[in-house]
Each structure stands twice: as C-alpha cells, then as structure tokens.
Design a protein around this ligand. Structure first.
Ligand code: ADP
Ligand code: MG
Length: 394
C-alpha cells in the first residue's frame, strides 16, 4: 500500500459536476488500496473574484487579511469534495490548512520543511479515510510540501491538459506532451511562464526527491513524469518554449556611468521586495549609459516610483517605460553541451522580423524580451525551429 498525494487544480473543481468527477476518480483510486491525501484548489476564477473584492475594498489591502479571504475559496471545495466522497460511500474528512500546519524556514527558493503537524492526517488515514486538505494559507506549494513532509510515494497533479507540453497548447498548435522532463527543466519552464506547475512546487519535489506525475483530470491518459535528470536528456537541445506577458521594462536614460550606479538603482528596489528580472547596461562612450531592466507588471508602478525618486540624484536625463513587452524563452538541458542554440533562436526570430529588445542566458535557458504583440508568433516560430519536426523528447 502506498501513500499518494493528489492535487486538483481550479479548473478540475470548477463546478459541481467536475467535483463529482474528481470524487469518482479519488474513490476509484482508494478502492485500489492506496492511502490518499487530496489537495484541492479553489474553483476556477474564485481566487481572482475574491482578490477583486479586496481590491474594491482597498487599493492596498492587507496581506494577512487577503490570505484569510482567499482561503475561503478552498474551504468551499474541500467541503464539497468530502461531501461527494461520503455520499458515494467513500469515507473522507476535510481539513483546513491551519489544522495540518507545515512549518518551513521560509527563505524563498531555499525553504526547507522544519516540521509537520500530521497527527490529524495520520489518524484519519489509519481510520481508512481519504483526507481532503485545503491549501495552506499563503503557501503555493501545498501539494508537494505535503507529499515531501509525509514521505509520500508519489504526487499526482491533475489539471486541464494531459501533461507538460513542449509549449502552451493554447497558443502553440504543434505543442506536444512530454513523457518525462527533469526537475531542473521544469523549474525553468515554471519560472519562465509555464503555468501548469508552480515554481515552489517543483522546488520541493526536487529537494525531497518526490516524483511528480502531471496529468489530466478528464482522461486516463498517462501524463508527464517530472524526474531526476537522466543521461539521455542532454541529447535534446530544447525541450520547451515558454512565454511570460507579466513583465514591464524601465530605462534610466543617459545616466553617468560611475562605480556604484547599479547598487544605487537596485538597492531600493530590492529593499521594496521587488524582483528584477533582466538587466542590460550599455557600454558607455561618453561617460553616460542607459540602464534597462524588467520587473513583474504587478510591481511596475512601485518600481517606477522608486526609480523616478532617485533619477535626478543619479544624474539621469530621464526615465522611459514600456509595459507592452513579453519574455519568450527556450529551455533545454542540451544547451549545456551544444553551442549555437542561442544563435539559432535569434536567427529564427529575425527571419520573421521580430526585434529582440533584451537577451539573457543561463546554463539551460535563453530568454528574449520582445514587443508583446509578437509573443504568440515568437513562440510558434521557436517551437517550429527547435521542436517542430518531431525531434525532441516526448
Ligand atoms: P489548474 O486549474 O489545473 O491549476 P492552470 O490553468 O493553472 O490549471 O494550468 C494549466 C494550464 O497551463 C493549461 O491549460 C495550459 O494552457 C497552461 N500551460 C502553459 N504552458 C504549458 C505547458 N508547457 N504545458 C502544459 N500546459 C501549459
Ligand atoms: Mg494552477
């Protein structure tokens, strides 16, 4: 008998019929003899609706109270799922996040699980019940934290697509499902815009070696396994193409190029907890330089305020902004050992006349910032260039 953690996303529990469908799946799985802990999201759209209410109430709503508000969405779905399970003759019990506290040392990206209060879950499982748990307030990696903390044998993530695709199937008609992908590639894909898994979720899975299986709530098709890297994975240049519309660009124009410039610009932004993504600084010919960087759209106004407040002190002639930009990225372990991948990317974009505004590279990814109106074209062109012909894993 194994312990399986299952997570059902918002679309999977979007209405009463879908919750019935989830209950049927869960009951069938339980009937095969596994112990099950099920984490469910709020119904699709509900979290945004609640955050909208908070925003109507106050433009800068208190974070703690927003957590309390948003938690009501998950409270509804755990209760409804437990009701459906019991009605179907499958013993079940729902818990709210605070009833199964998991403590972490919270540094983002490095968080480790320090303790879990799983006595309630353990007792319920021992009594033969399916345990249905609401997301933990303010934590976005509930499923995998739970799987890791409880030493589960596996974690299944149910969503509205059949797995992790080579690109977002909604905008890329040639995207195809990957059979396997490494944790590191999945981390990059998630960080670079692939919504199908959350970054923290993958981080926990990787850190604690929890195998993930991403699959559809609506079919029985085998999904995508997120696993430790395998030797053959490096043979594939690019395993995914992603995009992120959630970036905005800020440029400090003609600022004197002196030691400490970057520290003075980015210090206050970091202090305000805004994460800067890409940065470019031009080589200066006349002692001044343009410094351009991107931030998440949600933090754009705040970042701009900070930059404008310091622009004059820094000696800049002005501040330019562009919120109509998007980041398009290619990800693949093969980029470590093969030269020319980035050049091929730039050529493919040039061939369709897309101008590249910024570039950043790391070991297994290359990202470019382009005009937002070209994002879908860029994704398709890059997919065709690297994955279109049926090469690649999957
Ligand atoms: P859920 O409601 O299950 O949490 P999400 O909407 O958060 O689902 O995430 C699933 C969606 O992620 C898919 O419908 C798909 O449009 C999108 N997506 C983006 N990139 C990818 C990708 N590379 N593979 C699969 N899905 C992707
Ligand atoms: Mg989701």
């Amino acid at each position: 008998m194994s312990l399986i953690v299952q997570k059902y996303g918002g679309t999977s529990v979007g209405d009463v019929a879908r919750i019935h469908n989830v209950a049927a799946r869960v009951a069938a799985c339980r009937a095969r003899g596994d112990d099950l802990v099920v984490v469910v999201s709020a119904m699709a759209g509900e979290t945004n609706r609640l955050l909208g209410l908070a925003a109507e109430m106050c433009s800068d709503a208190d974070e703690r109270e927003k957590d309390v508000l948003v938690a009501t969405g998950e409270q509804v779905t755990v209760a409804l799922l437990a009701i459906a399970l019991k009605a179907a003759g499958c013993p079940a019990v729902s818990f709210l996040g605070h009833q199964v506290r998991i403590a972490t040392d919270s540094a983002f990206g490095k968080a480790r699980i320090t303790s879990i209060d799983d006595s309630r879950i353990g007792a319920a499982l021992a009594a033969g019940k399916v345990v249905v748990v609401a997301g933990f307030q303010g934590v976005d990696a509930d499923d995998n934290m739970l799987a890791a903390a409880m030493h589960a044998d596996g974690c299944e993530i149910y969503t509205d697509v059949e797995g992790v695709f080579t690109s977002d199937p909604r905008i890329c008609p040639h995207a195809r499902k990957l059979e396997r992908i490494s944790y590191d590639e999945m981390l990059e894909l998630a960080s670079l815009g692939a919504k199908v898994l959350q970054i923290r979720s993958v981080e926990f899975a990787k850190r604690y070696g929890v195998p993930l299986h991403v699959r559809s709530t609506f079919t029985d098709t085998e999904g995508t396994r997120v696993v430790e890297e395998e030797a053959s994975m490096e043979d594939v240049l690019v395993s995914g193409v992603t995009y992120d519309r959630d970036e905005a660009k800020i440029t400090l124009v003609r600022v004197p190029d002196q030691p400490g410039l970057a520290a003075r610009v980015f210090g206050p932004i970091a202090d305000a907890n805004i994460s800067v993504d890409m940065i470019i600084q031009n080589a200066s010919a006349d002692g001044t330089t343009d410094l351009t960087f991107t931030v998440p759209k949600a933090d754009f106004r705040r970042a701009l305020g900070l930059v404008e407040a310091h622009a004059r002190d820094l000696g800049a002639t002005g501040v330019r902004t562009d919120a109509d930009v998007a980041k398009v990225s290619i990800v693949g372990l093969g980029m470590r050992s093969h030269a020319g991948v980035a050049a091929k990317m730039f050529r493919a974009l040039a061939d369709v006349g897309i101008n590249i505004q910024m570039i950043s590279t790391s070991e297994i990814k290359t990202s470019v910032v382009v005009d937002a109106k070209y994002v879908e074209l860029a994704v398709r062109v890059l997919h065709d260039a690297f994955l279109g012909g049926g090469e690649g894993r999957g």
